[in-house]
Design a protein around this ligand. Structure first.
Ligand code: B12
Length: 391
């Protein structure tokens, strides 16, 4: 057991030092909680797991949810947790044209490293309190329930979109923790709530917020464009709009966020790249362009698949040459999504390409996509609609 401060005044004084240091190194908010398990969140997350809401994220197992609901699994004898929030999200400037949208949290270099680096000094402060002191930094990775910690730490509250909202920066914050066996005076949770507002639930393009605070990840654009390694269900594709990595709709429509002061972080990626560019990227170019950013999580093929869907939704003539190339790609998933996009864009060229490729397509699923795309494109042509994006 740690010989760290045991009486209340020492625990309070150390808590204050820790919080001052966290704010000094640039965190927007910091709070302290005891290390008791997150019982309610464990129960809720296991229910959602049984309801299949996390299907597709094979790493988010019931065991992992149990593990992440108890911080003493990371630091045996844990007594306190320091929860921090890093603000992000400079304003979006829409440049028009057929551009894909990247979620704000991914605009700068990968936040895991950013949070970890800032937490090192705070952790060292705790380690210096005694020779028995232990402290570990955790960011994302599903090893701790980050949101549950932020809410118990008293600086955030759950929105109906399941996001943790904070005073000042709204939900534009990323979360991390230090788990320690040193005792720190805990803060009191807030009693704030969304009231009768349901904007995030009403405006989610794919209906993924199935109850207040409950996301069916299978429908969430963030899951579909980042974690999902499979085909994007056809019924949900139009809902994706221009999103090619993540989604911010449930945050953008939140009234609390409309008053949030956005942080002015450096940008490592173009937040709205031209779709034609993404569709034509080579794998080495993709790695060069997105290394050290969260966008790597989607993978090269995943990002191209998403760009196909976005091109089908907001693209036109400019994207057709790249889509035509992808129609003969070695990967059936890319061929299938390119076919869908060409059907949505329509026009005689697209119909001719789909017909030509359909005749030689070896994969049954792609053949089905091509057949459906032809139905859409022909019915548009039958109604006299011209190809989108034609001068
Ligand atoms: C898996 C995961 C995802 C998955 C699944 C999301 C999910 N709902 O679980 C996907 C890929 C869909 C995803 C999407 C996003 N994610 Co994510 N994700 C995670 C991760 C790794 C684990 C989350 C987890 O354990 N889920 C299990 C379920 C049960 O928990 P939950 O949905 O969060 O449920 C909580 C609340 O709903 C609440 N709750 C329970 N019952 C009720 C009832 C009511 C009425 C209410 C209001 C709340 C409530 O308790 C639950 C447990 O904390 C965390 C990092 C971490 N280690 O925690 C990041 C994390 C949650 N993600 C984050 C972010 C930024 C996002 C996106 C905004 C990214 C984007 N722009 O595309 C979206 C937002 C989608 C959304 N509205 O939730 C941030 C959230 C920061 C914040 N301010 O809240 C986290 C904390 C990462 C981080 N370290 O900052 N994510």
């Amino acid at each position: 057991m740690s010989r760290a401060p045991s009486d209340r005044s020492l625990a309070r004084e150390l808590a204050e030092r820790v919080k001052t240091e966290a704010l000094r190194v640039g965190f927007h908010a910091v709070g302290i909680l005891d290390a008791m398990p997150f019982e309610r969140e464990r129960r809720v997350s296991l229910e959602r797991h049984s309801a299949q809401y996390f299907t597709g994220m094979s790493w988010l197992t019931a065991d992992r949810l149990r593990f992440s609901s108890d911080v003493s699994n990371l630091v045996p004898g844990a007594r306190s947790v320091v929860s921090v929030a890093l603000a992000y999200g400079s304003p979006r400037e829409w440049e028009g044209g057929a551009r894909g949208r990247i979620a704000r949290y991914a605009w700068s270099t990968d936040y895991h490293a950013e949070i970890k680096t800032r937490l090192v000094g705070v952790r060292d402060l705790l380690l210096a309190t005694s020779t028995d002191a232990a402290a570990a930094v955790s960011v994302d990775t599903g090893r701790v329930m980050d949101r549950a910690a932020a809410v118990r730490a008293g600086y955030g509250w759950y929105g109906k979109n399941a996001m943790v909202l904070t005073a000042g920066a709204g939900s534009w914050v990323l979360l991390g923790e230090i788990i320690t066996n040193v005792r720190l005076e805990p803060d009191e949770p807030l009693l704030t709530w969304c009231g009768s507002c349901t904007r995030c639930m009403d405006m989610c393009p794919t209906g993924a917020i199935v109850a207040p605070g409950t996301i069916d990840a299978r429908r969430c654009i963030s899951y579909l464009t980042i974690e999902n390694r499979d085909w994007i269900p056809r019924a949900l594709r139009r809902g994706l709009g221009a999103w090619i990595f993540g989604c911010d709709v449930c945050q953008e429509v939140c009234p609390v966020n409309s008053h949030a002061a956005l942080a002015s972080g450096s940008r490592a990626v173009d937040p709205e790249p031209r779709l034609a560019e993404i569709l034509m990227l080579s794998e080495p170019e993709y790695r060069r362009r997105f290394r050290h950013t969260a966008v790597m999580r989607a993978g090269f093929k995943g990002l191209k698949r998403n760009a196909c869907v976005a091109a089908g939704n907001v693209g036109g003539a400019e994207e057709l040459p790249a889509l035509r190339t992808l129609l003969t790609d070695a990967d059936p998933c890319l061929r299938g999504h390119a076919a869908w996009a060409m059907g949505e864009i329509g026009g005689t060229d697209a119909i001719a390409d789909l017909n030509r490729c359909g005749a030689h397509e070896p994969d049954e699923r792609v053949r089905d996509e091509i057949a459906c795309a032809l139905v859409v494109a022909r019915s548009r042509a039958g109604r006299g609609e011209i190809k989108r994006g034609h001068p």
